[in-house]
Design a protein around this ligand. Structure first.
Ligand code: NAD
Ligand code: TYD
Length: 353
């Protein structure tokens, strides 16, 4: 079979990557999609089981920090494009163990850039290196204002600092070597296949098991939530139509104070689980705040909307309701990913079993 493009997607066994891989494999049968993933604790081939036998899909277990492995895969497949999502992605883990974030997010991105440059240097035509990043690189907002593409970088956690470093490297390869890059910085995602260490899937899992809901500090921090499939649709648009060298912010104007979001989640889950109203709220437990906890994130996605015509498709309550339904229909997935090493992480992070 001949394909019009061969695309390397990194981190495709993780949360967002699995949605991006599924979208590209299903929507573009002419593209050969190679999903490269190390399968860390956060990577799970169950997340993409539905497409594993598609003729335009291949999986490679590899580590983005291993230069020779990446060189060998570029040789083997002759990639036309890279969509780079592989990363260490959890702020709390970055506070406990910052160096793995430096290694994966900085060295790993540098390795991919270097090998792409080595392979494409004679001909950048129709080549593209798409780097997927986060709004957390912009730092923390007060009550007012939004992050735009011009907001100066001010990362404050080891996670966001490592992502900021990777963004700088991507831009440096553009300015220095003219590597045809494009970047996006997205707000917090939610949806299916989200590892239950992050707020929404963790709390859905705990509510179903009637376990405490550990809200950090006073629960007043604000996050701007976007349905993961809307992030994948934005990546699709930016990959195909975004201008080389540009950055696009992605977000859905959907800010929630943590405690309000947790209460909404509790209400919806009581309804879905047929529990008396108020049952899940009783599980809310205020715990020690996260060190250096960013107060507020909020994205201005005007550029993406005006230049490329992207809009989110779902309202939050609808998306959250669909998301809860997915976890309740896939409790075996939750049981599987929360067995073993997850238990140890949970006990160390929250000092409660
Ligand atoms: P995730 O932790 O669910 O998945 C990360 C994936 O990367 C996993 O499959 C893991 O096995 C893989 N991986 C880790 N180290 C690797 C290595 N050395 N080599 C190869 N693969 C490796 O993360 P996610 O939430 O899906 O985030 C994906 C990307 O999107 C990240 O770059 C993240 O910074 C960015 N992002 C995430 C959010 C969010 O809300 N989750 C928001 C904006 C941007
Ligand atoms: P998280 O899902 O870890 O995403 P991020 O820190 O990248 O925004 O956390 C979202 C918000 O929820 C953040 O303000 C921290 C808070 N939070 C809790 O209150 N309790 C928890 O157990 C977790 C994991 C997060």
């Amino acid at each position: 079979m001949t394909f019009s493009k061969t695309i390397l997607i990194t981190g495709g066994a993780g949360f967002i990557g699995s949605h991006v891989v599924r979208r590209f494999v299903n929507n573009y049968p002419n593209y050969h999609i190679i999903n490269l993933d190390k399968l860390t604790y956060a990577g799970n081939l169950e997340n993409i089981k539905d497409i594993e036998h598609q003729p335009n899909y291949s999986f490679e277990r590899a580590d983005i920090t291993e230069l020779e492995q990446i060189r060998q895969l570029f040789q083997q497949y002759q990639f036309d494009a890279v969509i780079h999502l592989a990363a260490e992605s959890h702020v709390d883990r970055s506070i406990t163990d910052p160096l793995i974030f430096v290694k994966t997010n900085v060295l790993g991105t540098g390795t991919l850039l270097q090998v792409a440059k080595e392979n494409w240097k004679d001909n950048y035509e129709d080549k593209r290196f798409y780097h997927v990043s986060t709004d957390e690189v912009y730092g923390s907002l007060g009550d007012e204002g939004f992050f735009t593409e011009e907001t100066p970088y001010d990362p404050r956690s080891p996670y966001s600092a490592s992502k900021a470093s990777s963004d700088h490297l991507v831009r440096a390869f553009y300015h220095t070597y003219h590597l045809p890059v494009v970047l996006s910085n997205c707000s917090n995602n939610y949806g299916s296949f989200h590892f239950p260490e992050k707020l929404i899937p963790l709390f859905i899992n705990n509510i179903r098991l009637m376990k405490p809901l550990p809200v950090y500090g006073q629960g007043v921090n604000v996050r701007d939530w976007l349905w993961v499939e809307d992030h994948a649709s934005a990546i699709d648009v930016i990959f195909h139509k975004g201008r080389v060298g540009e950055t696009y912010n992605i977000g859905g104007h959907n800010e929630w104070k943590n405690i309000d979001l947790v209460k909404l989640l509790c209400r919806l889950m009581d309804e879905k689980l047929d529990r008396p109203a108020g049952t899940s709220e009783q599980l809310i437990t205020y715990v020690k705040d996260r060190a250096g906890h960013d107060m507020r994130y909020a994205i201005d996605a005007t550029k993406l909307k005006e230049e490329l015509g992207w809009m989110p498709s779902l309202q939050f309550e609808e998306g959250l309701s669909k998301t809860i339904d997915w976890y309740l229909s896939n409790q075996t997935w939750l049981d599987n990913v929360t067995s073993g090493a997850y238990q140890k992480y949970y006990e160390e992070q929250y000092q409660i079993a």
